[in-house]
Write a protein that binds this ligand. Sequence first.
Ligand code: NAP
Length: 470
Amino acid sequence: MKMLINGNFVDSKEKIDVVNPFNQDLIDQVPAGTPEDVKKAINSAYVMKNELKNFSARKISEALYACAVDLSDDLEEFAILISMETGKPINAARDEVKRSIDTIKLSSEESKRIYGETVPIDAGIGGKGFMAFTLKIPLGVLGAITPFNYPLNLAIHKIAPALAAKNTVVLKPSATAPLTALKMAEIINSHFPDGALNVVTGRGSIIGDELVKSEKIDKISFTGSVETGRMISQRAVMKKITLELGGNDPLIVLEDADIEKAVEATIRGSYLYTGQVCIAVKRLIVDDPVADDFVEMLLKETRKLKMGDPLSTKTDIGPLINENAAKVVERIVSNSLKDGAELLLGGTRNGNFFEPTVLDQVTSNMKVVQDETFGPISPIIRVNGIDEAINVANDTRYGLQASIFTENIRHALKAVQEIEAGSVMVNKQSTFRTDNMPFGGFKMSGMGKEGVKYAVEDMTRTKLAVLNTR
Ligand code: NAP
């Protein structure tokens, strides 16, 4: 596939292979873009911003809606492509496309709800006799950088709200999984003018860096790892910035929880897309009196998971994105065993497949729960009571989402108030996300919020008009 610059699909001499993580087959190649390509894409977006800002909200809304309809028509094709380029089990890939359609429709609706407000300016000294109101105007050009794990919906979470607020966009998708974003760009380009959306493929260190430092970009919206996010935040001088970074989400199971419900949630939360999800459950914090029962049920349910071809609807666990990622998980698991964790299930790597793995007797200081483990691992930390559970939950540099299982309303509310995370779910695992909810972490998990309404708000700036009525 080719890059999209100023409405043209552009190739380059140097190419990047896109490989199916399941069988290592070459799916396609994409151009290895150069700084020159990025500059052309930025210029195109920079010129188009002056045209797009004069589009009516109605026209923008209808164009976005048309994109959602086209994507619905191609749902299965997109799902297969996501599955092939990421190794994501097809059921989860279909869910991603359905959510992407929803994200675009929500953006289409939100584009009609961008309001300023009247300002009671006569409340301030010297304001008598004046009238004032604000306008929410577009920022200009958005630089969007996305990771491999949700290659469609995470790109859409940036592109669609940006267009809804009449901004133009330059997207740099993951070099590992760039194909669905390029395919989506074809749809968007057919409903928006040339230059409204540009997509430049290539290495983050080249393409991403060029976007981050350009003075023609007004905002960077980045989703990816803490390490890359930290680098970007240091370089994006004088730009608005949203960072959606890694997570280390806890799931607390208290003595008074419905254990069956908690186990079912753990299976969904730990093993969705083989654990390669920012909001996957990465730490199980279990009250000691119910820990043995919980572990027994968790092992029983984990044994039922099927590993295999991501394109089969029967597959729960696919490959990790590449062999290196699987080796990292292997190393983290083996280190935790050296540090005293107990292996109850799994623990074996075969190429880039890693078995669903349950570890018991994990402690807060182990790397398996201090770092973000991007794999199918359920590490269990045993605690006594709500206070210790919350302390352990907060003992991390991350704070994306969190969950607690309890039938006691006081415990639920205490967790909501005291856990340091962007969202706290009660009796639901942290992988829960609807595309209109405010989403974004605390601490090293990032800054700013996505979720259509919140992203749109952050892609506008406020202008004040003051009228002298005397
Ligand atoms: P990553 O390595 O940080 O890469 C993310 C994007 O940044 C890629 O497009 C990458 O390009 C680009 N990049 C790399 N170096 C760059 C630089 N110097 N300047 C600008 N851009 C640069 O992350 P990943 O491995 O793809 O994704 C997994 C991570 O994303 C996990 O930590 C996960 O938790 C996080 N994530 C967070 C959320 C959230 O909403 N909070 C959602 C999903 C994933 P290349 O492709 O060339 O490397």
